[in-house]
Design a protein around this ligand. Structure first.
Ligand SMILES: Nc1nc2c(ncn2[C@@H]2O[C@H](COP(=O)(O)OP(=O)(O)O)[C@@H](O)[C@H]2O)c(=O)[nH]1
Ligand SMILES: [Mg+2]
Length: 438
C-alpha cells in the first residue's frame, strides 16, 4: 500500500494524543516529537520537519480553538493544516483539449508509462488525448508507447525511421491536425544533463507546448526536489508528476521537497499498471493519511457557530419560549450527541441528566410537536393546557405524554437559564452551544 508507514505513524500519534488526559506543554511536545519521527522516516527534509513541528507546537499552545473544538482536537486540525502546507503549494495545472503537453524527465523516471496513464485519465474525463513518441534515444520507446496506446485505445504517432525528435513531433501534430490533447513523450538521459536540457529547450521553442510536466521518480525521496529545482532553472515546468510512490517509504520526502521548490506535485503514479495513477490534491491526501472520517467531523466542528445575541437577551429577561427550543434543537442536531457536547462545557455537570440522555429520535419528535403548535403557543407555552395537548399530539402523530415531556423540558430549561445569573457566563455557554444554548 502507498504511504502506509506515513499514515500509520501519524494516526498512532493522534491516537496517543487523544488518550492524553491534559493538553499541556509536555503533551504537545511529545506529540510533535512523534510527528517529527514519522516525517523524518518518510525522508522529509530535516529543516522542513523542524519548521513544521515548531509551528504545530506554537499554534497548539497559543491558538484559541475555533468553534466547538477542544484544545486536543484543535491540535489535530493544526497538524492537518501544516501537513497540507508542507505537501502542497503548487497550483493545479489546467489541462484541456487543444493543448500540447510535453512530458520531460530523466530516463527511467516513468515518462512513457505516465504518458499512457495521463492519456487514459483524460480520456475518462471525456477529453481526446493523442500520443506521440518522440524518444529517439531509446530504441524500445516506440514499441512501448505503441503497445500502451493500443491497450487504452488512443491514437498514437511515432516514426522509428526518423532520428530527429523535433521532426517526429511536428509530423505527429500534423497527423493529428493539432486537435485534441496531444501528449508528447520525450527522450530522457540517465541524468538531467546539459545535452538533455538543450534538446528539450529546442523542442520547447519550436513546438510551444502549452504545458510542460516534469516526471520524477518518487523513490529518490528528497532528491526529487533537487531535480525539480535544477529543471526549473533551465527550462519551463508547469507541474510535477511523481512516480513509483508505491515502492517507497520516501514519498513524503519527495512530495514535500517538490513543494518546497514552489511548484507542487500535481499527479502521482502508484504502480506499474495504467490505472495506478491519480491527481494529487494535498487536502484530500492529508485527510486520507490522518483518517478521513475523523478529520471531517473535526473540521465541521471547527466552523464558528453563529452566536445569537438577541436570543441571549431574551433568555436573560426570562422570555424563553418554544421558538428558542426549536432553534436550539436544530443547532444540537448539527452538533452531534448531547453528551459529547456537554463534555465540552465548563460546567457541564449542571445540565440535568435527562437532558443529556435525550436521544436524537426524541429531538425529532419535539420538532414535530412544535410544528403542530400555533405561533401563539410557541411564543407563550403557558397557553398549552390539557385540551390543546390532545390537539397537538394528534396533529404531530405523537402521544400526549410526549407533548407534556416537551412542556416540562421547556420549563426546566427556563429555570436553568435563570440559574445562570451571570450574563457573561451564559453568553459564553451559548456561544459554545451554537446560538440558543442551554
Ligand atoms: N511501481 C511503479 N513502477 C512504475 C511507475 N511508473 C513507471 N514505472 C516503471 O518504471 C519503469 C520505467 O518507466 P518508463 O515509463 O519506461 O520510464 P521512462 O524511461 O521515463 O519513459 C518501467 O518499468 C515502469 O513500469 C509507478 O508509478 N510505479
Ligand atoms: Mg520512455
Amino acid at each position: 500500500m502507498v504511504f502506509e508507514k506515513l499514515s500509520e505513524g501519524l494516526q498512532s500519534s493522534i491516537t496517543n494524543l487523544r488518550k492524553a488526559v491534559v493538553v499541556d506543554k509536555k503533551t504537545v511536545k511529545n506529540y510533535t516529537k512523534e510527528i517529527q519521527k514519522t516525517l523524518l522516516s518518510a525522508d522529509v527534509q530535516i529543516e522542513q520537519v523542524f519548521e513544521l513541528s515548531k509551528r504545530i507546537e506554537d499554534r497548539g499552545l497559543l491558538e484559541k480553538p475555533p468553534g466547538m473544538l477542544s484544545r486536543k482536537e484543535n491540535l489535530i486540525r493544526i497538524t492537518y493544516e501544516e501537513l497540507v502546507n508542507l505537501l502542497g503549494k503548487g497550483e493545479p495545472v489546467e489541462i484541456q483539449d487543444g493543448q500540447k503537453l510535453l512530458l520531460v524527465g530523466t530516463q527511467g523516471s516513468g515518462k512513457t508509462t505516465t504518458v499512457a496513464k495521463l492519456g487514459r485519465y483524460f480520456k475518462k474525463k471525456g477529453m481526446h488525448p493523442k500520443l506521440i513518441c518522440a524518444d529517439t534515444f531509446r530504441p524500445a520507446a516506440y514499441e512501448q508507447l505503441k503497445q500502451l496506446s493500443e491497450e487504452i485505445k488512443l491514437p498514437f504517432y511515432g516514426n522509428p525511421g526518423e532520428k530527429n525528435a523535433l521532426n517526429i513531433i511536428k509530423e505527429g501534430i500534423k497527423e493529428f491536425k493539432n486537435e485534441g490533447l496531444i501528449l508528447i513523450d520525450s527522450e530522457g538521459r540517465h541524468k538531467l544533463d546539459k545535452e538533455l536540457m538543450k534538446d528539450i529547450n529546442k523542442i520547447y521553442k519550436e513546438i510551444k507546448p502549452e504545458r510542460v510536466l516534469l516526471i520524477l521518480d518518487g523513490t529518490t525521496g528528497q532528491q526529487a526536489g533537487k531535480e525539480a529545482e535544477a529543471f526549473k532553472n533551465s527550462s519551463q515546468v508547469d507541474g510535477i508528476i511523481l512516480t513509483k510512490l508505491d515502492g517507497t517509504a520516501k514519498g513524503g520526502g519527495a512530495i514535500s521537497a517538490c513543494s518546497a521548490t514552489g511548484s507542487g506535485v500535481n499527479f502521482i503514479g502508484t504502480g506499474e499498471h495504467i490505472n495506478d495513477f491519480e491527481e494529487f490534491n494535498p487536502e484530500g491526501f492529508v485527510s486520507r493519511l490522518i483518517g478521513f472520517g475523523d478529520l471531517e467531523g473535526l473540521l465541521e466542528k471547527a466552523k464558528e457557530v453563529d452566536f445569537d445575541e438577541k436570543a441571549a437577551e431574551r433568555m436573560m429577561s426570562g422570555k424563553f419560549n418554544m421558538n428558542d427550543i426549536y432553534s436550539q434543537i436544530q443547532q444540537m442536531k448539527k452538533m452531534g450527541p448531547m453528551k459529547q457536547v456537554a463534555g465540552m462545557l465548563p460546567f457541564g455537570a449542571k445540565i440535568p441528566k435527562d437532558m443529556l440522555d435525550m436521544q436524537e429520535e426524541k429531538l425529532e419528535k419535539f420538532i414535530y410537536i412544535m410544528d403542530s403548535m400555533t405561533p401563539d403557543e410557541r411564543e407563550d407555552p403557558t397557553l398549552i393546557k390539557r385540551e390543546r395537548i390532545g390537539r397537538i399530539s394528534s396533529g404531530s402523530g405523537t402521544k400526549p405524554e410526549d407533548v407534556r415531556e416537551l412542556i416540562n423540558y421547556h420549563k426546566k430549561m427556563k429555570k436553568m437559564m435563570r440559574m445562570f445569573g451571570d450574563e457573561r457566563k451564559l453568553k459564553r455557554l451559548m456561544k459554545r452551544l451554537g446560538g440558543v444554548g442551554m
